[in-house]
Design a protein around this ligand. Structure first.
Ligand SMILES: NC(=O)c1ccc[n+]([C@@H]2O[C@H](COP(=O)([O-])OP(=O)(O)OC[C@H]3O[C@@H](n4cnc5c(N)ncnc54)[C@H](O)[C@@H]3O)[C@@H](O)[C@H]2O)c1
Length: 257
């Protein structure tokens, strides 16, 4: 049975939804509050796992395997989601890629372009694509997942940090343009969070060291979990946050103060 909840009747499109990290946790939270979910990701097996996890909620779910860096495929994916579920009410730009801990002098143009294509250009295209429908309804919520890396001086992730700063500024621009259409646009900047991405950039010992005294250390001395981010994303989609827009909410255990 389709679960009752404050988001019942809303359609949420979530990118990065196949990750056992933040994307799936956000899908679960939104579905548990009644939203239908369009789940987009590169990884079909990951999407299957997300669909299985959501099945208990009874909400309509459409999973779409797509490379969001490809303009035409992304466009088709959104059209399919809208055909099946209806106009998008909530957009969560969660998919992201990180450069593989390289110094600027070792970073190629291709490394840089790939990170920006996924972390900035795809969210831009998605906002451009779904905003007209939200404007027609005079309602919408957009949440962009940035990073504490956009707010700290860090070595070895030049494209990543720059891309997340760009996404933060896109959040502000979109909020400024869409606010009077009753569309709220916010960002969440997670700190170190226990997800598959962490393993892609750093090995376990390095994570421990970074948490203790490295540039990622935080005031609580502990790594965040995907649910910590998902709870805040949910809040930013609920009526309770109607007066919050253009903000970046730091969920980093005080890594950025
Ligand atoms: N884990 C952390 O410590 C951390 C910290 C700050 C910010 N973030 C951000 O949180 C978001 C989620 O990260 P996560 O840690 O859950 O990472 P993750 O690697 O587990 O998930 C990212 C997902 O994005 C998908 N993806 C990547 N490229 C794609 C593409 N071209 N098309 C479609 N899907 C694509 C991947 O398949 C994956 O499922 C990212 O934007 C990341 O930058 C993570």
């Amino acid at each position: 049975m389709w679960i009752e909840g404050p988001l019942r009747g809303k359609v949420a499109l979530v990118t990065g939804a196949g990750s056992g990290g933040i994307g799936r946790a956000i899908c679960s939270r939104l579905a548990a509050h009644g939203a239908a979910i369009a789940a987009l990701d590169l990884d079909p097996a990951g999407l299957d796992a997300t669909v299985t996890e959501l099945s208990g909620t009874g909400v309509p779910v459409q999973s779409i395997a797509v490379d969001i860096a490809d303009a035409m495929l992304l466009d088709q994916a959104v059209d399919r989601a809208v055909d099946v579920l209806g106009e998008i009410d909530i957009l969560i730009n969660c998919a992201g890629v990180v450069d593989k801990a390289k110094a600027i002098i070792d970073t190629s143009d291709e490394d840089w372009d790939r990170v920006f294509a996924v972390n900035v250009r795809a969210p831009f295209r998605l906002i451009r694509k779904v905003a007209p429908g939200m404007m027609r309804k005079r309602a919408g919520r957009i949440v962009n997942i940035t990073s504490s890396s956009a707010h700290r001086a860090r070595q070895s992730l030049p494209a990543y940090g720059a891309s997340k700063s760009a996404l933060m500024q896109l959040t502000r621009s979109a909020a400024a343009e869409l606010g009077t259409h009753d569309i709220n646009v916010n960002a969440i900047a997670p700190g170190l969070t226990k997800t598959p991405m962490l393993g892609a950039a750093f090995d376990e010992a390095m994570v421990e060291e970074l948490l203790r005294e490295g540039p990622l250390a935080n005031l609580l001395g502990r790594v965040s979990l995907p649910d910590d981010i998902a709870e805040v994303a949910l809040f930013l989609c609920l009526p309770a946050s109607r007066q919050i827009t253009a903000q970046t909410i730091h969920v980093s255990a005080g890594a950025v103060v």
